[in-house]
Design a protein. Structure first.
Lengths: 325, 304
């Protein structure tokens, strides 16, 4: 095998990194210098302008103006030259391939938050005050640090397929064979393949739910728990009458956060199926239309639709976050 | 006191509960363990037998890692190069938003000026905008510049090769700011008023107050935002894919891994080793700074 890593060939990258860090120091230094030079007696407006300038300029150029342009592009043809009215939106809601994408997204956004919350809640309740609580929670939490791409590969390996009669290398098919079934290509057959992708997302996010809900459970006042126990409440009663109502705000936060994350999901689908075999979702289709097929208008329409879906959830999230404080 | 049957029931249910917890924990760790173990197995074994058979004939090798990191054939990963790209992308993409968000949050929390609330609400509201809304125009901004009614206001940046890193830094910084400003503003606005007044009476400038008083006090918040941003950038695929190009010159590791999973989906010896290389760095950072991460999480800092 030929091994080689040419450090000299890689050095431009390191130079670029140094340039970036120096630029960073220069900008920060400049802001602080201007701030010190601006006389303290002058009005706060000047100081505020100096401090806010970098963030406001970047947000305007990088987010606000592009978002407005995307909205305009969604009414234009694929190459962005002709005005086509609502054609792109009509395509999105009528053409079979686009409707499949919307349907998949719906399945994702219903299942992922529910499963994540349910598993996280059950697990948090079970391991609460158990002997190995922090270790047990860490195990579930670790996938949070893994990239969706990495998780996609981990699970693609679990789903790996070898024809019948040959040794299986994927765990799932091996389990199926052990149970006397036939190995299958889990990621190829719609509509079940979407469910197998959803498993990956749930696997990543359940730890998040566990941590947030576990913190909420620990916050339940001890006297309430004691009182319920004295009244002879069983485990089930305890859960539904005491625990669940007390941590309701935290449950909502988890549900809402997961819905937003799921709506924007891209990496898992992209890594595991590339959106083929009827598994595409809005964010993945948006990428395909805008950056692979050159259908900027359709991509923009999908992005706008995503924005419309996310907005009410984020507003609701902000409200419920405030309730949690 | 509880009756005997109730006690038996309680013990039984606690046993089923422990069993359920164990089952979940197993389900959650097994896939990762399988990948890790496989990445050290010889190629022919990975491709023919399951990793659970490893214990009957244990053979370990580092060959997969050598090949995926340093192999020169185009079909090998060349992952070392992409790993370096990920580092070059991540460091400035964490530093810039951290500093700019801290500046803005300080101004919005402690400087009395007209329109302050409106600017805060504006930045806050931008959390709603999915980055998908910005991708196409931002990319054309870099590649074509700004032209209004035939008038070239800004020339195209025409970034090539390693210059593409600048695009990625800019994009990540823009997308991180709404959450960063929101998070740091939350912490900064809770600092005691008397402290600021006292410093101002002593004649401290805003620069001094910011550096000497505010930054040390909000250090935990800075740390948790930094970890979030680090994990986000390191694990990101979409921004890297669009702004970093697809080559070893400037694309991050996630882009390469996604390519490999697509085109060489059955080269498991490379995929397993490659995936583990990409996973190990965030995992170490995460484990060593978990405290700050959880604190940030509970403070509601989840990026969309």
């Amino acid at each position: 095998m030929d091994l080689d890593f040419d450090l000299a060939a890689e050095s431009p990258k390191l130079i670029q990194l140094v340039i970036g860090v120096v630029a960073f120091l220069a900008v920060v230094g400049l802001v602080l210098l201007l701030l010190d030079r601006a006389p303290m007696r002058s009005r706060a407006r000047l100081h505020a302008a100096i401090l806010l300038a970098p963030a406001v300029v970047l947000l305007a150029v990088g987010l606000v103006i592009p978002a407005v342009r995307t909205t305009l592009l969604s009414f234009m043809s694929g190459d962005g030259t002709a005005f086509v009215g609502l054609d792109n939106y009509a395509w999105m809601f009528t053409q079979p391939e686009a409707v499949t994408v919307l349907r998949n997204t719906l399945v994702w956004v219903v299942l992922v938050p529910l499963l994540v919350t349910a598993i996280g809640l059950v697990y948090a309740v079970i391991v609460d005050r158990a002997r190995f609580e922090s270790l047990a929670k860490s195990l579930l939490f670790l996938p949070m640090a893994i990239s969706f791409v990495g998780a996609g590969i981990i699970w693609k390996f679990v789903y790996a397929y070898r024809p019948e009669g040959v040794d299986q290398i994927g765990l799932l098919n091996q389990v199926v064979v052990w149970l006397g079934g036939e190995p299958r290509q889990w990621l190829l057959d719609p509509p079940l393949n979407t469910l197998f992708l959803i498993v990956v997302m749930v696997w990543i996010q359940a730890g998040f739910a566990t941590v947030v809900l576990s913190a909420a459970i620990k916050g339940i006042p001890a006297d309430i728990v004691e009182a319920a126990k004295l009244d002879g409440a069983g485990a089930a009663q305890m859960f539904f009458r005491v625990t669940l109502p007390s941590i309701r705000p935290a449950v909502i936060v988890v549900l809402v956060t997961q819905s937003i994350g799921t709506l924007k999901l891209f990496d898992i689908v992209r890594t595991m199926t590339g959106g083929q075999f009827d598994t595409s979702v809005i964010a993945n289709e948006m990428y395909n239309q805008a950056f692979r097929y050159g259908e900027t208008g359709k991509g923009a329409a999908l992005a706008v639709f995503l924005f419309v879906l996310v907005t009410p959830i984020v507003i609701y999230q902000i409200r419920s976050r405030r309730a949690l404080r | 006191m509880t009756t005997a049957p109730a006690r038996v029931r309680a013990r039984l249910s606690s046993r089923t509960a422990s069993l359920a917890a164990l089952l979940i924990a197993l389900l959650w760790t097994t896939p990762t363990v399988g990948l890790l173990l496989s990445s050290f197995r010889p190629e022919d074994q990975i491709k023919t037998t399951g990793w659970w058979t490893f214990f009957s004939a244990p053979v370990l090798t580092l060959e997969n890692y050598q090949e995926v990191l340093f192999g020169t054939s185009s079909s090998s990963g060349q992952l070392a190069s992409f790993l370096l790209n990920s580092i070059v992308i991540t460091i400035p993409s964490v530093l810039f938003p951290l500093a700019f968000a801290a500046f803005a949050a300080y101004a919005l929390a402690w400087l009395p000026f007209r329109g302050r609330d409106w600017i805060y609400i504006g930045i806050f509201a931008l959390q709603v905008v999915p980055l998908q809304m910005a991708l196409v125009p931002l990319l054309s901004f870099f590649s074509e510049g700004v032209e209004v009614f035939g008038l070239q206001l800004m020339p195209a940046w025409n970034l090539e090769g390693t210059g593409r890193f600048v695009q990625v830094w800019c994009a990540h910084t823009c997308f991180a700011l709404p959450l960063g400003v929101f998070l740091l503003h939350n912490f900064m606005s809770e600092l005691p008023h008397e402290l600021m007044e006292a410093a101002r009476v002593d004649g401290a400038t805003h620069g001094t107050i910011f550096r000497r008083i505010v930054l040390p006090l909000v250090a935990p918040a800075l740390a948790s935002f930094a970890i979030f941003q680090f994990l986000w950038v390191w694990n990101d695929l979409l921004v890297g894919l669009i702004f970093g190009g697809g080559t070893a010159e400037s694309a991050p590791m996630t882009v390469r891994l996604a390519q490999m999973a697509g085109t060489k989906g059955n080269e498991w010896q490379r995929l397993t080793a490659g995936a583990f290389v990409s996973v190990i760095i965030p995992l170490v950072v995460f484990l060593s700074m978990q405290r700050y991460f959880v604190r940030g999480l509970l403070a509601g800092s989840v990026k969309g």
